[in-house]
Design a protein around this ligand. Structure first.
Ligand SMILES: N[C@@H](CCC(=O)N[C@@H](CS)C(=O)NCC(=O)O)C(=O)O
Length: 211
């Protein structure tokens, strides 16, 4: 089984954290050359996006679905859903929060040319998503309880991307001293989160060098 992944993709990064934490026999491979225009790649990933898991039974895409799939497929590897049912809901809520309120405005802001009004609204939306998140975190290095969960898999790479967005825009998007600020720093202490954030940093350096 292989995961088609790119180092800097926050969506692929979340699945890599899960693979590393669970120590799964899944290879991490880059997409084929010319994947954006490739019909073969579209057969694997109908949305044309990364990540895609090449499972023995066929491809599976959508990173949030992949987190749940790996959890169900490998129940004996380190669990990334908390035992407590309320905590499980909280972990899933945080993954949804990332996907609904953080990533869409960030993806919009990453586009090279944005109408000024569109960009302003995206920044407002992002700030509101970060403020809501602040109320959901407790300032610790794990989002739910004291162990790595799917919430951290999604959140830590998204906050790394938020830092990159803030730097590019020359804006403070995370309030210093806030719970989000503490989490963004402390979450890297987890070895699997730290490893993947390192991969994202390295991927970013290579991208910048190519540009
Ligand atoms: N909802 C998807 C989003 C995946 C996504 O947007 N991936 C980006 C990379 S971060 C992508 O493949 N974009 C297409 C492109 O770069 O052409 C998921 O969670 O897997």
């Amino acid at each position: 089984m292989d995961l088609i992944s790119l180092p800097v993709s926050p969506f692929a990064a979340r699945v890599r954290i899960a693979i590393y934490a669970k120590d799964l026999p899944i290879g991490v491979v880059p997409p084929p050359a010319g994947w954006r225009e490739s019909r073969h790649f579209r057969d694997l990933s109908p949305t044309g996006r990364i990540p895609v898991l090449l499972d023995e039974r066929g491809p599976i895409w959508e990173s949030a679905v992949l987190l749940e799939y790996l959890e169900e497929r490998f129940p004996h590897a380190q669990p990334l859903l908390p035992a407590d049912v309320f905590d499980r809901a909280t972990a899933r809520l945080l993954v949804r929060h990332v996907d609904l309120y953080l990533m869409p405005p960030m993806v919009l802001l990453a586009q090279p040319r944005n109408d000024e009004g569109v960009a302003r609204r995206a920044v407002e939306e992002l700030l509101s998503g970060v403020a809501m998140l602040d109320g959901l975190l407790n300032g610790a290095g794990y989002a739910v309880g004291d162990q790595l969960t799917i919430a951290d898999c999604a959140l830590a790479p998204a906050l790394f991307a938020l830092g990159v967005t803030a730097e590019r825009l020359g804006m403070d998007l995370i309030e210093p001293g806030s719970a989000v600020d503490a989490y963004a720093r402390l979450s890297r202490r987890d070895p699997h989160v730290g490893r993947v954030i390192g991969e994202m940093e390295q991927g970013l350096r290579l991208l910048v060098r190519v540009d």
